[in-house]
Write a protein that binds this ligand. Structure first.
Ligand SMILES: [Zn+2]
Length: 123
């Protein structure tokens, strides 16, 4: 038996990528990322939730209207690709779950960077 929730959140922001080859992505540019976070749990928390949808929005919105390089790469230098953004979100949500619902964990994070371009992180 398992409960599963997912939330879709749009984030507007800017980033640039450190690449060892010529690419327009090396210049600062913007995206409207569409992020879907899926969390599952064997047990619900004391409020009857896997995780509050509001908490998921708050975590993902740490990226909203930011330079993503400064947020995802704040502690160590990380190239903010769709893949690394997905991993960062999963780690932030897992951090939150460690005190809100210890039976819950991130199943996957999907990051759509542009029409047709998606990345997933599955912990
Ligand atoms: Zn980009």
């Amino acid at each position: 038996m398992m409960f599963r929730v997912s939330k879709r959140i749009e984030v507007a922001g800017a980033h640039w990528l450190d690449l060892p080859y010529d690419s327009a992505c090396k210049n600062m540019h913007g995206h409207n990322w569409i992020i879907v976070v899926t969390v599952q749990a064997e047990e619900l928390d004391c409020t009857g939730m896997v995780i509050d949808f509001k908490s998921l929005k708050e975590i993902v919105h740490k990226l909203d209207h930011q330079c993503i390089n400064d947020v995802v790469g704040a502690e160590e230098i990380i190239n903010p690709t769709a893949e690394n953004i997905a991993k960062w979100i999963a780690e932030e949500v897992d951090n939150h779950l460690s005190f809100s619902n210890s039976s819950a964990r991130v199943e996957q994070v999907e990051v759509q960077e542009s029409e047709g371009n998606k990345a997933w992180y599955i912990p």
